[in-house]
Design a protein around this ligand. Structure first.
Ligand SMILES: [Zn+2]
Length: 587
């Protein structure tokens, strides 16, 4: 929510939601609103509406809704601060320079800037080494041998770190202090304190952060040097778990195609990207970190995992699967078929079979459930012990699936496919399907609830009535008239917000509500309606208080029918008479 007086608040005050949404959706004026085809679900006739004065949007089809920032966050798959910036830009509101809070912070920022600059210099140094030196020639021959031609080398910024041992160091030494050289991770220090190049006799691959700045390098040994792959260490500008290789270039394709191909290393990512699949990212490590998954989730929630088919790759696939499922991703797994007797990683497969064959594999990649059952079926299922092992392999995944119905379908499928006749195993499975450690997240109900007309009118008047908003809120509060109603939560948010008599902000009320209530509130606010009057409000209040009495009367009646003891019965009868009198008097 935009804090009062903040820049976000200022942007919200000045922004025109119709104009911002209009950049993405063709809007037409329709009564007090603007309507168009919903950008969040496929439809032929418009059910998406924007309210120019309440500054909210709402889709009557799929139920999405919110304020201008929420809209931009959903469209651009970006975080709140980025949405503020985008809205400000679209509306021509000047963006203040971020304030640095303390001298330490300023120093850290400066340091980060210098480290990024150092990486840029290292990058052009590595590229020159590959282009113009004798050693580089050998490296180029190696790359060509692997099918990486001049264009690909240029496109992905591939370079070469020479074997000298201190050539990069000598190149950078004159400009940067020793301490920063070591902090950059490009230069290392041995036990005697001597500095030397971290990368020697290696092909270098620049690793960029989300905004395209080079923050690290991956490097592959040219000969048999160990390790085969060596990456930058963690530095002030690089944390392995916060970066996905190729994401900076994949963003558009990820949004457009709404799925990601996830591979293990940069060589695979390059192979897949140059074969025409721009929506590829690499985890550059054995398994995905949670922060990498969240980063990816800003662009798409659908992934095809295509890790190496070796044992390490399989283990990485399974670890990543767990993490992806927990974050509600839709996951498929591509295990490429062997080529001859060679297990195929994406690089080898595309080289041998071409991009059409790879495309076909992608299309046919099975959902993770089938992949995992397939893996379990490779285990020895002839003994009870073997079956137990297979079930134990699958159970943790079953439990990670957020949706209960899906979990139960899983359990049935596992029983069938593994031919589980043992009651013990079946019981364990259905128990796993029924329980889940963390609470099940349910999707918002897709059918709006039909609140009673009286409630709808009162909500509308609370939100809009200038003259009597405060009085109405006080009446509702004093009589506790909205307790037990379907719309109770909406009133509970609206009523206190109306005590001041100031206009309420629908998007802020909406932000306080659960999705289904937020949806109902917006539906009510978008309805065609006459302006309310105090007389109408009074008659709605009377109707509510009559409802309240009727509800209590029904409770009392149930109490009487439950055959209570003498004194309790007398009390209930007295209460009943009193309530009947009130009803007769018009409550
Ligand atoms: Zn929609």
């Amino acid at each position: 929510m935009a804090e009062a007086g903040s820049f976000a608040d200022k942007v919200k005050q000045q922004a025109d939601i119709v104009r911002v949404v209009g950049d993405y959706v063709r809007l037409k004026k329709s009564g007090a609103n603007f309507t168009g085809l919903c950008p969040f679900h496929a439809e032929k006739s418009p059910s998406f509406a924007v309210h120019p004065t309440k500054q909210i949007y709402h889709c009557f089809g799929c139920g999405v809704g919110g304020d201008v920032f929420k809209f931009v966050m959903e469209m651009e798959k970006c975080a709140f601060p980025e949405a503020i910036r985008i809205v400000a830009e679209k509306c021509g509101i000047a963006i203040p320079k971020p304030k640095e809070r303390s001298p330490e912070e300023r120093k850290e920022n400066q340091q980060r800037t210098v480290l990024v600059e150092m990486h840029r210099e290292a990058q052009s140094y590595f590229v020159k080494q590959l282009e113009g030196t004798l050693e580089g020639k050998a490296a180029r021959a190696y790359l060509e041998d692997r099918g990486l031609d001049k264009d690909v080398i240029a496109r992905f910024g591939i370079g070469y770190a020479p074997s000298g041992g201190d050539l990069l160091l000598r190149h950078l030494k004159s400009k940067y202090p020793e301490k920063l050289l070591v902090e950059s991770g490009l230069i290392s220090r041995d036990q005697s304190g001597r500095l030397f190049d971290r990368f020697r006799r290696r092909i270098t691959f620049p690793i960029s952060n989300e905004s395209g700045k080079i923050v690290a390098f991956g490097a592959r040994a040219l000969g048999d040097d160990q390790p085969k792959y060596l990456n930058s260490p963690e530095t002030p500008i690089y944390s392995k778990s916060n970066v996905l290789y190729h994401l900076d270039r994949a963003k558009d394709a990820l949004r457009r195609q709404d799925f990601a191909i996830l591979v293990e290393g940069y060589m695979d990512a390059i192979a897949v990207a140059r074969a025409g699949f721009g929506n590829v990212v690499a985890s550059c490590g054995t398994a995905l970190a949670e922060s990498q998954i969240k980063l990816l989730g800003r662009f798409t929630k659908r992934v095809i995992v295509n890790y190496d088919p070796d044992v390490a790759g399989q283990a990485a696939t399974e670890r990543s699967l767990s993490a992806l499922l927990e974050q509600d991703f839709e996951v498929r797994v591509l295990a490429l078929p062997a080529i001859g007797d060679k297990k195929a990683d994406p690089d080898l497969f595309i080289k041998e079979k071409g991009s059409d064959a790879y495309q076909k594999q992608l299309r046919e990649a099975p959902p993770y459930v089938d992949y995992l059952i397939g893996r379990a079926r490779q285990m020895d299922l002839t003994t009870g012990e073997g079956k137990l092992r297979a079930v134990n392999f699958l159970l943790p995944y079953v439990q990670k699936v957020p949706n209960r119905i899906l979990r139960s379908e899983w359990a049935t499928r596992i029983s069938q496919q593994l031919r589980l006749e043992e009651p013990v195993l079946r019981a364990a499975l259905s128990k796993a399907a029924a329980e889940r450690r963390s609470e099940v997240k349910t999707k918002p109900e897709l059918v709006g609830r039909a609140a009673k007309p009286v409630e709808r009118r009162l909500i509308r008047m609370l939100a809009e009535a200038e003259g009597f908003r405060r009085e109405l809120a006080q009446h509702l509060q004093r009589g506790q008239l909205y307790l037990g109603l379907e719309t109770e939560k909406i009133f509970a948010a609206l009523v206190p917000a109306s005590f001041s008599g100031e206009p309420v902000q629908p998007s802020e009320i909406g932000a306080m509500l659960e999705e289904k209530d937020r949806r109902l509130l917006f539906e009510i606010l978008f309805e065609e309606a006459q302006e309310g009057s105090w007389e109408e409000a009074q008659s709605c209040l009377e109707a509510l208080s009559r409802k309240q009495v009727e509800r209590e009367l029904a409770d009392v009646q149930r109490g009487i029918e439950a055959n209570p003891s003498g004194s309790a019965l007398r009390e209930l009868l007295t209460r009943k008479q009193e309530l009947m009198r009130r009803l007769a008097a018009g409550a």
